[in-house]
Write a protein of this length. Structure first.
Length: 455
């Protein structure tokens, strides 16, 4: 509760300052370019989140080929581990494919996981930064970050790796400015972003567990048909989402349910708009009006003609879930989300190498064993087939609910741009997504409130 209130307060202070800023007018028809020209240091629309990335030594040799050659790593640290955070994976893989470092197959494989590929450029973009962590001689965890982006740590300072702050307040000096490049639609530019490296609570002696946060966001003040809104974005987050918030003296919780990814639909007032990025860091975006789907325009329909609009299909709350179809690993039968209309469906995207995914299995098992399949169905979608031993993996983890393998040629998951795991969706009997990313006992509690029949 305190985190939420602090988020409201932070946004309110930042946005209140925006009252003296210009208001950008959104066109009722066609497209409008919006400049998110206000940048704020601090946790923004996504709140206090952090994520872990694999150290460079954990990468396979093919992927590692394109990673930077880093100089002058600190020899005063023991247990040294080096990390490179890729701010735009699509651009990184594309430019290294163009250079001949990555194969076409590897590039296309990575492309499948990208929610947006329209902003790739043939120009070289240093869309990453690197850091190293280790222990000093007193066994104090330290880190060094390549702040100026020259791939050389000799001109960078060692800092103590502190525990991740549990609130939205960032201790003074804990977050560091880091140089990173982006393509703005015309040229490659550099900017400074805030990076917060912190020690996870799970870290133990001789095993440092580090998390990465990017506590910085952009916003713009936008007006449509006399009503004002704020458009916010967190640059360089995995999904490149924006959030649209009515201009009010208070703010509702900004959960992931309200994140609008590239090419997805949202509303200003009663009008649908599609969100399109222009620059890779989302300082320039555009909204296109008149869309009821990614390929259907409705503003050209004459008022006298009565039409039944096609339902909106998107991986967003309140919209029809895109089709999922594949072979159930458990029994070899075809699974289809569209065929399950009339039932609640829980979609769980996970991977065999994802620790947090595996930790969710007992909670999903509890739900699967409790509620009747007459009203509720689970479909698990695993990213990989565990080297063609997925059945053994499922047996070992006591997974008994339906599972399909995303990478299988028989699987259809178009419309879902999954960037992190686990990602889940609860879908209502009418096919619309009603909530996302339920964790632990949250799904069980929601199903009880919905009065789903038990076995």
């Amino acid at each position: 509760m305190k985190k939420t209130l602090l988020l409201y307060l932070l946004l309110f202070i930042a946005f209140k300052a925006g009252y003296c800023q210009r208001v950008q007018i959104l066109n009722k028809a066609g497209s409008t370019e919006i400049l998110l020209d206000e940048k704020v240091d601090g946790f923004g629309p996504v709140g206090n989140i952090s994520f872990a990335i694999a150290s460079n030594d954990q990468l396979d040799s093919i992927t590692f080929k394109a990673y930077p050659n880093l100089k002058n790593l600190p020899d005063s640290l023991t247990g040294l581990r080096v990390f490179t955070y890729i701010g735009n994976k699509g651009q990184f893989y594309f430019q290294n494919y163009r250079k001949g470092v990555y194969s076409r197959k590897l590039f296309l494989t990575q492309l499948k996981n990208q929610s947006d590929t329209t902003m790739l450029t043939n120009k070289m973009v240093k869309c990453y930064f690197s850091f190293a962590i280790g222990y000093d001689r007193n066994k104090i965890p330290k880190y060094v970050i390549d702040a100026n982006g020259n791939n050389d740590f000799s001109d960078d300072q060692l800092f103590t790796l502190e525990k991740r702050p549990s609130t939205l307040n960032i201790p003074e000096g804990m977050a560091k400015n880091v140089a990173i490049e982006y393509y703005n639609g015309k040229e490659v530019k550099q900017e400074q972003i805030m990076c917060l490296l912190s020690l996870n609570l799970s870290s133990v002696l001789n095993e440092i567990d580090v998390s990465v946060s990017l506590p910085q966001y952009r916003y713009a003040r936008v007006s449509y048909e006399g009503e004002n809104f704020y458009v916010c974005s967190s640059s360089y987050e995995f999904e490149n989402s924006v959030y649209i918030i009515p201009e009010r003296p208070y703010f509702k919780a900004l959960s992931n349910d309200y994140a609008i990814k590239p090419h997805q639909i949202s509303t200003f007032g009663n009008t649908y708009f599609k969100f399109e990025p222009i620059s890779q860091n989302l300082d320039r975006i555009k909204f296109i009006s008149g869309y009821s789907n990614s390929d259907q325009k409705v503003f050209n329909v004459k008022p006298a003609v009565k039409t039944t609009p096609r339902p909106l299909v998107s991986e967003q709350v309140g919209m029809l879930a895109p089709e999922i179809k594949g072979i159930n690993v458990q029994d070899g039968l075809v699974l289809s989300l569209n065929a399950l209309r009339g039932k609640y469906v829980f979609l769980d995207f996970w991977a065999t190498w994802c620790g947090p995914c595996i930790m969710e299995f007992p909670y999903i098992r509890k739900v699967y064993d409790t509620f009747s399949s007459d009203q509720f169905v689970i479909i698990g979608v695993t990213e990989d087939d565990y080297n063609k031993k997925i059945k053994k993996f499922l047996n070992d983890k006591q997974v008994t609910w339906p599972i399909i393998v995303k990478s299988a040629s028989t699987t259809k998951t178009k419309g879902y741009s999954i960037q992190s795991w686990p990602t889940s969706f609860l879908i209502a009997p009418d096919g619309k997504i009603i909530i996302t990313n339920l964790r632990n006992d949250a799904l069980f509690n929601v199903l009880e409130r919905l009065k789903i029949k038990k076995k």
